[in-house]
Design a protein around this ligand. Structure first.
Ligand code: PLP
Length: 436
């Protein structure tokens, strides 16, 4: 079949999207899902198995979105599914402590040198919101430093120059955030030690914490120099400011100990989400005994949740994380992702295409420039036109990337080398069309 004759059957998804618009703003329950920056209506997915998802029109795709990161084992992992099903059979929620919560807590704390205690919540946003409150409660100060392009969920004070959906829609700060909140947030460029030092020196008496995605993965993949992150740690100590690593994406992804383990840096508070719940809604934050002693009911910082540590979610998290502890798990993830990335990169280089891929562990991102990018403002929005075309060509050929050029791709344990070779061949064909 000629390339330009390939047509994606999207009738059923289109109908469902029209229907959804009657019920949900923009037809969706999370903005980027609306496919606004790529072609066509969003795909309505009905099933996922291993590294593949199937839409309502029965098209199947090799999936590199993985529900935006949680599914490090792929879709419908057998052990995770069985654990969820056997747990559900005994009821879904009790609003009490459960043995399953203990089991997941122990598994994490026993295998993570960077936290002594953890508190489960129900989303990454909730984890970050609580971590900020904790930092403010401990220090008695109110300002928060964040970095341009880092996304920390839809926490009011952090929806200022944020990535993810805001970058996609070109409005980095949300409406509805009071000016007084914005004033409490100081936004710095990533990888810029001078800006960091100047700000901390000037405002140390008012700054409760610095929050960073140590692996910034919501505005492209803006890999930081390790020395910048080390400098950040030292400066926070120096100025009496708490350091929060937002590891909602990097946690359990770049290693079981996340970016803290990867870079060997001890933050004061770490937030988690995504993988920790094995595809169920879970977030968490953790720190030292001392830091966590400020949380209610031990301490004065209040934080609670009706469905916190929900047993079904705890079961899914446990069944997932347990598998990540298998020897060589992360090395395998990194090696298979490297193979995919290298193959595509070599092809692009041979063809003279103006692009490169960034990678850390099983996270990758396609940048439509050859320059290394470490800050949000280095991304040329014009590159998103290339992504838009690439996304369409990939869908036509059976590869699914998250519907925004600012989002990263995730390789799961269910992507075999054969799957990745197939995806790479499709990617090469799609790039030929994009750069034609
Ligand atoms: N922090 C980071 C680094 C994230 O990537 C996200 C979501 O993508 C969040 C926080 C918010 O997590 P959630 O979407 O579970 O609220």
């Amino acid at each position: 079949m000629e390339k330009n004759e390939i047509i994606l059957k999207r009738q059923r998804s289109a109908e469902l999207f029209e229907e959804a618009k009657q019920y949900f703003p923009g037809g969706v329950n999370s903005p980027v899902r609306a496919f606004k920056s790529v072609f066509g209506p969003p795909l309505f997915i009905k099933e996922g198995n291993g590294c593949r998802i199937t839409d309502e029109d029965d098209n199947t795709y090799i999936d590199f979105c993985g529900s935006w990161g949680p599914l490090i084992l792929g879709h419908n992992n057998e052990a995770v599914r069985e654990k969820i099903v056997s747990t559900v059979a005994r009821g879904t929620s009790f609003g009490t402590p459960t043995r399953l919560g203990n089991e997941l807590g122990k598994l994490i704390v026993d295998h993570n040198r960077f936290i002594d205690k953890i508190r489960f919540v129900s989303s990454g946003t909730e984890a970050v919101m609580s971590a900020i409150r904790l930092a403010r409660g401990i220090t008695g100060k109110s300002k928060v430093v964040k970095f341009e392009g880092c996304y920390h969920g839809h926490v009011d004070s952090l929806l200022v120059k944020a990535g993810s959906g805001l970058a996609t829609f070109g409005e980095s700060t949300s409406a509805g955030i009071p000016e007084s909140f914005v004033k409490e947030t100081l936004v710095l460029p990533l990888n810029d030690r001078k800006a960091l030092d100047d700000t901390l020196r000037a405002y140390a008496g008012e700054i409760a914490c610095v929050i960073v995605e140590p692996v910034p993965a919501n505005n492209g993949l803006l890999l930081q120099d390790a020395s910048f992150l080390e400098c950040l740690r030292l400066k926070c100590y120096k100025y009496g400011v708490l350091l929060i690593f937002d590891e909602v994406i990097s946690g359990f992804r770049v290693g079981f100990e996340g970016a803290a383990g990867y870079y060997g840096i001890q933050p004061d508070i770490i937030t988690y989400g995504k993988i920790i719940g094995g595809g169920m809604p879970v977030g968490a934050y953790g720190g030292s005994h001392e830091v966590m002693s400020h949380i209610s009911p031990d301490g004065p910082v209040y934080q609670a949740g009706t469905l916190s540590a929900n047993p079904v979610a705890m079961a899914a998290g446990y069944a997932t994380l347990q598998q990540l502890l298998a020897p060589g798990f992360y090395e395998g993830q990194e090696a298979r992702t490297r193979r995919l990335v290298d193959r595509i990169q070599h092809y692009a280089d041979r063809q003279g295409y103006d692009m490169h891929l960034e990678q850390i562990g099983s996270i990758f991102w396609i940048a439509f420039t050859r320059q290394r990018i470490t800050r949000a403002d280095q991304i040329d929005p014009a590159g998103m036109e290339y992504f838009k075309k690439l996304h369409r060509e990939l869908l036509l050929r059976g590869v699914y990337l998250g519907p925004s050029g600012y989002e990263v791709g995730f390789v799961s344990a269910a992507h075999t080398e054969a799957d990745l070779d197939q995806a790479a061949a499709i990617m090469e064909e799609a790039l030929d069309v994009v750069f034609a």
